[in-house]
Design a protein around this ligand. Structure first.
Ligand code: TYM
Length: 339
């Protein structure tokens, strides 16, 4: 039984969105929206897995992520935009997947190791089973394609293992699809502006390591100007970027913004100084991000409008989730309480 194409992705409302979230994920969603049915989730259940999160911050960040989706070009009339907590079936299916996934599989997750750090005993149990909830997010709708950044690849592999094991154990071949990761474009792993070997992330203590979608234009230009590079000029081929992590990162960012390949960008700037390249890059960033920021600010000014969009999206999501969860309940053998 071939599954109908459906795109699903999500972002955690745990802080301000940065350029990595935009180039690795959101920007790619816009193109997909034109061709496929899509669901874009604000994963507020996942947001609780880290350190204690101030409820007021979670509340604001949830609306802010939704605003970023819309401001970037996701159309709520077309795609379903919703927050995970409003569809209880995510947590219900996640429980079943907690019982399908093996401890050995979860022990291999590098993101858990990174996020838990040295003191693993203190990590939340939720952080440990995080990938099972992520599998539930996608499989609850039998979604087939998951556009994400490179750092989510291992979680996607685990998701496929869960789907496969469920289908095998219960003798329901092809009940769940095996979702395909879509890791697209030249900036699937945007690196820190301070250290080309570290991923750009919400949790980096250095503010100048990342560009935020909420940064005003002059801040963007300043962060790019200060971005670390080596003293050599731009090379004349992509091979010349090897071993130059910071240079490679800036070229990848430029290419993702201009819709070109890194090879085209390098060919244009061969031999140029980074000071000049950074000026152009800063300009490009501002031309893409300033309108998004302005629209986000406008949207955030009217929280009830975003609340309504999330409420509508959640209702649509609940309607889609219900029959799949009922099938799962029947498959695993839960007795339906009839009145
Ligand atoms: P999160 O919230 O950490 O990140 C959201 C998206 O941004 C991408 N990303 C990056 N891409 C390129 N370079 C970077 N430096 C960078 N940093 C982050 C991530 O790959 C992601 O696509 N587990 C997910 C959220 C999630 C989800 C899902 C995603 C929950 N359920 C179901 C897809 C489908 C996460 O923590 O993303």
């Amino acid at each position: 039984m071939p599954h109908k194409p459906l795109v699903f992705s999500g972002i955690q409302p745990t802080g301000n969105l940065h350029l990595g979230n935009y180039l690795g994920a959101i920007r790619n969603w816009i193109g997909l929206q034109a061709q496929h049915e899509c669901m874009f989730c604000v994963v507020d259940l996942h947001a609780l897995t880290g350190d204690f999160l101030d409820p007021a911050l979670l509340n604001t960040a949830t609306r802010r992520v939704a605003a970023a989706y819309i401001a970037s070009g996701i159309d709520p009339a077309k795609s379903i935009i919703f927050n995970q907590s409003q569809v209880p079936a995510h947590a219900e299916l996640a429980w079943i997947f907690n019982c399908v996934a093996r401890v050995g599989w979860l022990n291999r997750m590098t993101q858990f190791k990174d996020k838990a750090g040295k003191d693993r005993e203190r990590a939340s149990a939720g952080l440990y089973v995080y990938p099972n909830l992520m599998a539930a997010d996608v499989l609850l709708y039998k979604a087939t394609h998951v556009p994400v950044g490179e750092d989510q690849k291992q979680h996607l592999e685990l998701m496929r293992d869960i789907a496969q094991k469920f289908n095998n154990d219960y003798g329901v071949p092809e009940f769940f699809p095996l979702p395909e990761p879509l890791i697209m474009g030249p900036a699937t792993r945007v690196m820190s502006l301070r250290d080309g070997t570290a991923k750009m992330s919400k949790s980096d203590p250095s503010e100048t390591s990342r560009i935020l979608l909420s940064d005003p234009p002059e801040r963007i230009v300043e962060k790019i100007r200060k971005a670390r590079t080596d003293p050599a000029p731009l090379p004349d081929s992509v091979e010349g970027l090897a071993g130059r992590a910071e240079a490679d990162n800036l070229v990848a960012i430029y290419a993702a913004l201009s819709g070109e390949t890194k090879a085209t960008v390098v060919a244009r700037y061969a031999g140029a100084l980074f000071s000049r390249f950074k000026e152009d890059l800063g300009e490009r960033l501002v031309s893409v991000l300033a309108p998004i920021r302005a629209e986000m600010l406008r949207l955030e000014d009217d929280p009830s409008h975003i609340n309504r969009i999330l409420a509508e999206g959640s209702a649509r999501a609940r309607a889609r989730a219900a029959p799949v969860l009922q099938d799962v309940f029947d498959i695993v053998g839960f007795v339906k309480a009839e009145r």
